[in-house]
Design a binder for this molecule. Structure first.
Ligand code: SF4
Length: 157
């Protein structure tokens, strides 16, 4: 996967410490995009993170995190690699939290199978904590069915 940077901390998965991966590439073209530098796709191999590199990044943080938050760009433009790396995350009993400009209804069943929280929709200028946002939050239940939840329930997820 082509990733610009990886960080640790609280990024929109309220009150959870996560490893945050910023994927390169996005064609949604949201007005006022907060990550314009990540819209352009790249073939620069220095940004490609293979399985071993990703596992090392997880190992360095495993003591502190409960999840991996996928930001961008939009990692859904690298869907095969997302499925590979999300599988590694799940194998460690960590949660995948996906931000995507695509709509929930348009995501593949495989992506939904791998992902615990999905925040969908293009950026309209308001964060998910703001009632004016158009983005929706979906959380997978124990039976595998997704339910739509309000922002305030993220911290208990
Ligand atoms: S989905 Fe995100 S990265 Fe892509 S254009 Fe919209 S705000 Fe920017």
């Amino acid at each position: 996967m082509f990733i610009k940077k990886i960080s640790t901390g609280f990024i929109d998965f309220d009150e959870h410490i996560s490893m945050n991966a910023y994927a390169i590439g996005c064609s949604h073209g949201c007005p006022g995009c907060h990550a314009e530098s990540l819209q352009e796709f790249t073939t620069d191999q220095s940004f490609f993170i293979d399985d071993n590199h990703f596992i090392n990044e997880l190992d360095n943080r495993n003591f502190a995190i409960d999840s991996v938050v996928w930001l961008g760009g939009d990692v859904m433009y690298q869907i095969d690699r997302y499925l590979d790396l999300a599988t590694i995350v799940n194998s460690r009993d960590l949660k995948n939290v996906l931000f995507t400009g695509f709509l929930f209804e348009d995501l593949s069943e495989k992506v939904k199978e791998m992902t615990y929280i999905i925040i969908d929709g293009k950026w309209n200028g308001y964060p998910i904590s703001d009632v004016r946002t158009n983005q929706r939050i979906f959380r997978k239940s124990k039976n595998g069915i997704y339910i739509s939840i309000p922002f305030k329930e993220l911290k208990n997820s």
